[in-house]
Design a protein around this ligand. Structure first.
Ligand code: UDP
Length: 242
């Protein structure tokens, strides 16, 4: 089996960097993720990453506690930059060249987001980590992943989760739950399956970007997914029927 995707966008939630800690960043977990990414980069695949910030701050949660929503969202976006820089450090310790680009300017610590420059970095084999979400409150980093994937012309979004795909019911509660190999965007939207938020799904649908949902905790899964192995559920792409 050969490489199926030349340019991928990996979406890591903030929680993915948290491990079992409950809050913040587990350096050991970040190291493991960096190793996985380094393995894929070594095959020549171009890797862009969007990191979330839910391990540190969520605007919606802060708003529920009375904070102004937009302010909370800006704090959430800034939180993602901490994650982005942590991942950058872990990757560079593995000799993987990286650039962090942020949607909110922080030029002392990262480049501003410039689409053409991001593409150039990817072509040169650098991992580009997109921080600060989309730069807009009321959005999520899932939507950012869809947006950036469209902008950089990524072949696929790898949505790393804690389960090995999308099921017809909760596999923790139902031992007979069935895993889908492929799903259409419309099915995900209609049944409100919590793969990514609906804005992100709609954006992927419009731009025909497949989403591979897979379990990040299984060592080697990113590499397997790049090689086209069915490690999770694929939403959209060639399985889409309209
Ligand atoms: N956020 C935002 N606009 C964006 C992306 C993120 O306002 O384009 C804020 C929002 O408050 C969100 C927080 O940043 O709660 C962290 O991002 P997200 O919840 O998507 O992180 P994840 O769930 O992936 O860890």
């Amino acid at each position: 089996m050969g490489i199926v995707y030349q340019r991928i966008l990996l979406k890591l939630s903030g929680e993915a960097l948290m491990g079992d800690l409950g809050y913040g960043i587990d350096p050991a977990v970040v190291q493991e993720i960096a190793e996985e990414i380094a393995d894929v980069v070594a095959t020549g695949v171009q890797v862009a990453v969007v990191v979330g910030g839910g391990n540190i701050f969520r605007g919606l949660k802060a708003a529920a506690g009375g904070m102004d929503r937009a302010t909370g969202d800006y704090i959430g976006m800034i939180a993602t930059v901490m994650n982005a820089m942590t991942l950058q450090d872990a990757l560079e310790r593995k000799s993987v060249p990286t650039r962090v680009q942020t949607a909110i300017a922080m030029q002392e610590v990262a480049e501003p987001y410039i689409r053409r420059r991001a593409i150039r970095h990817l072509e040169k084999g650098r991992v580009v980590i997109f921080g600060a979400g989309s730069g807009n409150p009321f959005f999520t980093t899932d939507t950012t992943a869809a947006l950036r994937a469209a902008e950089i012309d990524a072949n696929v979004i790898f949505k790393a989760t804690k389960v090995d795909g999308i099921y017809d019911s909760d596999p923790v509660l139902n031992p007979n739950a069935r895993r889908f190999q492929t799903l259409t965007y419309s099915h995900v939207l209609m049944h409100d399956l919590r793969v990514m938020d609906s804005t992100a799904i709609a954006l992927c649908k419009e731009n025909n970007i497949p989403i591979m949902v897979f379990d990040l905790s299984v060592r080697g899964n990113i590499h397997r997914a790049v090689m086209g192995e069915p490690v999770g559920t694929v939403v959209g792409g060639s399985c889409e029927v309209s």
